[in-house]
Write a protein that binds this ligand. Structure first.
Ligand code: FE2
Ligand code: FE2
Length: 215
């Protein structure tokens, strides 16, 4: 990977996503989270690219920019739903200005960004293992260790009575079981995904086991 180009993309992503800190219903920490998540998705995308023989630099760049649409001050759920397609437009302008990629390379990265939310783009492109891998890297990050903490935190797990803790854990386990069936575009992303889901299942199984022994 070309370090000078990577540095420019990282700086651009950080500057754009820090804008979130000033938006309604956002905090500086939420902006930082979005930046940290973008780095993680980029690293996962590279891991998939390396194993599958895709271009690692393009995977890293598309991963870094996959949520760049969040730089827009969205207000409604419907607007957020558009962040992939809106982000592709923002990324296209930036990558053209950067002047390091051919038009077809830019289009491929932007298509990956556009489809990462719901697999729909508003411009022509091809769903390939590479373009699909960015949304898959995003999902893989969203189901890693942090999600365990986040899930318990949002449910206010510590303050729930034991029967509600048990119901929460059982609901999580049922949901995770269904997620194991998700289709993936490459063997690498499928096995990374399965590893995360199995890890979460193992955690909740142990929690369930503790609950069963708590009365
Ligand atoms: Fe996203
Ligand atoms: Fe994301």
């Amino acid at each position: 990977m070309r370090t000078d180009i990577i540095k420019k993309v990282e700086d651009y992503m950080k500057t754009e996503l820090m804008k979130l800190a000033g938006y309604q219903d956002h905090t500086p920490r939420m902006a930082e989270y979005r930046i940290e998540h973008s780095f993680r998705v980029a690293h996962i995308a590279v891991e998939i690219a390396r194993a599958e023989g895709f271009d690692e630099e393009k995977a890293y760049v598309a991963g870094l920019l996959h949520d760049i649409g969040y730089a827009v001050d969205f207000r409604t759920k419907e607007e957020y739903r558009e962040h992939g397609r809106v982000g592709a437009g923002i990324a296209r302008r930036f990558l053209k200005e950067l002047g390091c990629y051919r038009d077809e390379e830019i289009e491929e990265m932007c298509y990956a960004i556009a489809i990462h939310v719901d697999e729909k783009a508003d411009f022509p492109g091809e769903k390939t293992p590479f373009t699909l891998s960015i949304g898959e890297a995003d999902n893989i990050d969203r189901f890693d260790a942090y999600r365990l903490y986040e899930g318990l935190h949002f449910a206010d797990y510590m303050n729930l009575p034991l029967d509600e803790q048990r119901a929460f854990v059982e609901k999580r386990l049922a949901g995770l079981g269904r997620l194991l069936e998700e289709p993936f575009a490459t063997n690498t992303s499928a096995s990374m995904w399965k590893e995360k889901i199995h890890y979460q299942i193992a955690f909740y199984e142990r929690l369930k086991n503790q609950i069963e022994k708590s009365f």
